[in-house]
Write a protein that binds this ligand. Structure first.
Ligand code: PEP
Length: 256
């Protein structure tokens, strides 16, 4: 059984006051027990992690980083490490988001970041996804599988137990153009088969694979109804409490 996950990626948005207010609004609408069968998480910008964590402390809503350094400590100006994220109360971290890959982050670096997250007991949300040009030239499968393989290189089935994968086609992120349920479902099935080859069918069936890319209240229901889509990584629509809550409410059967 896979519990669906709805995670908000706030990216580089909001200020401290707005971040706290948004976290409070989400929490107020999801009192303990109200969202049973769906897991909710939020990834705020680094400077607001502690404030948001303070609001959500004691609730089931997890807090995650949006990126991390592959190194634990040291002379890496501007970077934030996995132990630092756990220290401020994060349980998850987004790794390999396309907005980082597009700025030069290689699959090899993403793999080192996944390993660093796991070493610090942070659950990685490993993002994979193809560009429009790659999709149109028939390379979607090759691209996402290479990103998955590199991201998980050296990771054992046991270590990957808390892994989340997010399929986020680059052409759907922030564009208002989401993948169709059929397009997303096809890639999710492909990714799950690869996890089965890498580890085992049983482990692959336990890993949540989220869809991300222009998820909004209007399309969440049909996307989340696809059997291999185990939740959503939500960017823009997570910045408005009402939209984010509607997406949470759209999780069809709440538990699979
Ligand atoms: C994202 O950046 O992870 C994302 C899915 O963004 P959006 O929902 O805005 O397309």
């Amino acid at each position: 059984m896979r519990i669906p996950v709805i995670a908000g990626n706030w990216k580089m948005n909001l200020d401290r006051t707005a971040a706290v207010a948004l976290a409070r609004a989400v929490l107020a609408a999801l009192p303990p027990g109200s969202a049973e069968g769906v897991e909710v998480g939020i990834a705020p910008p680094y400077p607001y992690l502690e404030a948001v964590r303070g609001v959500l402390r004691g609730s089931a809503i997890w807090v995650g980083g949006q990126d991390l350094s592959p190194e634990p400590y040291g002379a890496f100006t501007g970077d934030v490490s996995a132990p630092m994220l756990t220290d401020v109360g994060c349980s998850h971290v987004i790794v390999g988001h396309s907005e980082r890959r597009q700025r030069g982050e290689s699959s090899e670096l993403v793999g080192r970041k996944v390993a660093a997250a796991i070493a610090a007991r942070l659950a990685p949300v490993l993002c994979v996804g193809e560009t429009l040009a790659q999709r149109e030239s028939g390379k979607t499968a090759a691209v996402v599988l290479e990103q998955l393989d590199s991201g998980l290189r050296g990771i054992t089935a046991g270590e990957g137990a808390h892994l989340l994968v997010a399929y986020e086609p680059v052409w759907a992120i922030g564009t208002g153009r989401n993948a169709t349920p059929a397009q997303a479902g096809e890639v999710h099935a492909l990714l799950r088969d690869r996890l089965a080859k890498l580890w085992s069918r049983a482990v692959a069936e336990s890993v949540r694979i989220l869809y991300g890319g222009s998820v909004k209240p209007e399309n969440a229901g049909e996307l989340l109804a696809v059997p291999d889509i185990d939740g959503a990584l939500v960017g823009g629509a997570s910045l408005v409490a009402g939209s984010f809550l509607k997406i949470i409410a759209a999780c069809p059967q709440r538990a699979r």
